[in-house]
Design a protein around this ligand. Structure first.
Ligand SMILES: [Zn+2]
Length: 310
């Protein structure tokens, strides 16, 4: 049997056909073209699902279910997207819309949660607790407990990015100030880089980021020995590491993976985090959390969504 996984984002709708070993056998994406009515977007999604299966030579009889990972809060039991700020949708039944075109079970879940599920499934699946933290446009989190996504009674649990690090700190997309997301997202790394570039006109960052400042600018400068670049990176890593120490103290997961674009920095990002968490976490003498970089990259959304039907 096969499973369809959909990674719905503000920019793209990515659809993948996934086999029982959680491997993608075919995938394709189209633009989300937002803002537009949800009925139109979901019609395009259904057509792309049919195309991705057809192109792979797989009939709908061989597809067990359709899983959709979406930003926002979901009523998972009823297949309804309750609210997604960045899609501009409220109370949309994904299940009913997809059922107009395809008669298969439809599951929906928050995108950070399905990414965590995908990373978990690629591990040995025997962990009592597993956490994935995504450093992207925002800071997302997913918690897997005994093999199941933990999102609590209303489907909105495990918003790890919206825990306050600094009272009255930087404004956050959620309306509060000082959240982990406001310091540890790629968006915030870019903001911190630009601030330091203004303060340090001699910094190499002004050259590297002349055309465009990205999440890589400060890291690239720091690697070349630039003092201002190193200040940005050290400060950024400190916030990420403090946030992860909090998460480790709360959940004590067997493993925690860090995903998102910033993770392309590899050990330069990871090793100082591991070191910081080791020194600062509450538990020191018991077994402690293994921290690593997520393995699946952009495919985590498709694979995790598909595996909702497993
Ligand atoms: Zn927040």
């Amino acid at each position: 049997m096969y499973y369809v996984g959909v990674d719905l984002g503000g920019t793209n709708i990515a659809v993948g056909l996934v086999n029982e070993n959680a491997e993608i056998v075919n995938k394709e994406s189209i633009k989300s073209k937002l803002p537009r009515p949800a009925e139109e977007l979901l019609k395009d999604m259904a057509q792309l699902i049919i195309k991705v299966c057809d192109d792979a030579g797989v009939s709908m009889n061989e597809v067990k279910s359709i899983g959709i990972g979406t930003p926002g809060s979901c009523d998972c039991a009823n297949g309804v997207l309750v609210y997604a700020n960045n899609l501009g949708y409220e109370n949309v039944s994904f299940k009913d819309e997809i059922h107009k075109y395809i008669d298969k079970p439809v599951y929906i879940e928050n995108d950070a949660n399905v990414a965590a599920l995908a990373e978990y499934i690629k591990k040995d699946r025997k962990m009592e607790c597993f956490v994935a933290v995504t450093l992207g446009t925002g800071v997302g989190g997913g918690v897997i407990i005994n093999g199941k996504i933990f999102s609590s009674f209303n489907g909105a649990g495990a918003e790890l990015g919206h825990t306050v690090m600094v009272c009255d700190g930087e404004p956050c997309s959620c309306g509060r100030n000082g959240c982990l997301e406001a310091y540890a997202s790629a968006t915030s790394l870019i903001r911190q880089t630009k601030e330091e570039m203004e303060k340090s006109p001699e910094s190499l960052m002004n050259e590297i980021g002349m055309v465009k400042v990205t999440g890589r600018t400060a890291f690239d400068a720091a690697r070349q020995g630039d003092a201002a670049g190193k200040r940005v990176v050290d400060n950024y890593i400190r916030y990420v590491a403090e946030g992860i120490t909090n998460i480790v103290n709360i959940f004590q997961p067997e493993e925690l993976v860090i995903g998102g674009g910033v993770c392309n920095e590899g050990d330069y990002l990871l090793l100082p985090i591991i070191d910081y968490v080791k020194k600062n976490q509450y538990v020191k003498k018991l077994k402690t959390t293994k921290i690593s970089i997520a393995e699946l990259g952009n495919d985590a959304g498709i694979i995790g969504a598909a595996m909702l039907g497993l």
